[in-house]
Design a protein around this ligand. Structure first.
Ligand code: FMN
Length: 176
């Protein structure tokens, strides 16, 4: 294991990206076919060969931006754990887990909590990334550290959602 200060190397390790992303009407960019966070997840896949797991609530959010914001806020206030279309229940094959999420009301959509709470992260390396429109990482790193016990959470990356298509270089630097 190579250690640089507390920065463990992720090079050559088996990686998985667990992420949430929503297409449809999006803040600042109108209707889009692929969500911003998914664009970053696919860069990571291209750069590292990581597998992808997309967290999808059984009941999708509205395609309308404003309605989606209301639905997500209600879930947050209720501290809900929405059911998912499919669950990931074993990550034992992976060394590095990239956790990617848009910022919803300062943190992750509640379906990310549903999924992350089901997994055993002991001994894993975690790298968090977010896309956002001003909140940066929000409370996501603290939330991930609380949920994913026993993991080594390395440096994180936040990218403005409307700039994802110009951000591949940033992702590459972050992975190194
Ligand atoms: C329900 C909802 C809540 C949001 N809350 C925030 C927020 O608190 N802070 C912020 O900077 N951006 C917020 N945004 C903007 C998204 O984080 C941003 O557009 C992100 O790139 C969307 O990612 P996606 O396309 O992968 O779903 C919110 C968007 C939605 C739909």
């Amino acid at each position: 294991m190579t250690l640089f200060g507390n920065k463990e190397s992720v090079k050559g390790k088996k990686s998985l990206v667990i992420y949430f992303s929503r297409a449809d009407e999006n803040y600042a960019v109108g209707y889009i076919e692929k969500g911003n966070t998914e664009v970053i997840a696919e860069y990571i896949q291209e750069l590292t060969g990581a597998d992808l797991f997309k967290v999808e609530p059984e009941k999708p959010y509205s395609k309308n931006y404003k309605t989606c914001c209301d639905e997500a806020l209600k879930e947050k206030r209720e501290n809900a754990r929405p059911e998912l279309k499919k669950y990931l229940d074993d990550i034992s094959d992976y060394d590095v887990i990239y956790i990617g999420s848009p910022i919803y009301w300062g943190t992750m959509p509640m379906s990310m909590f549903t999924q992350l709470e089901k997994l055993n992260f002991t001994g894993k390396i975690i790298k968090v990334f977010t896309t956002h429109e001003g909140s940066g990482l929000g409370t996501v790193v603290a939330d991930v550290k609380r949920i994913c016990k026993g993991a080594n959470v390395l440096d994180s990356l936040s990218i403005q959602g409307s700039l994802v298509h110009e951000s591949k270089g940033k992702v590459e630097n972050w992975i190194r």
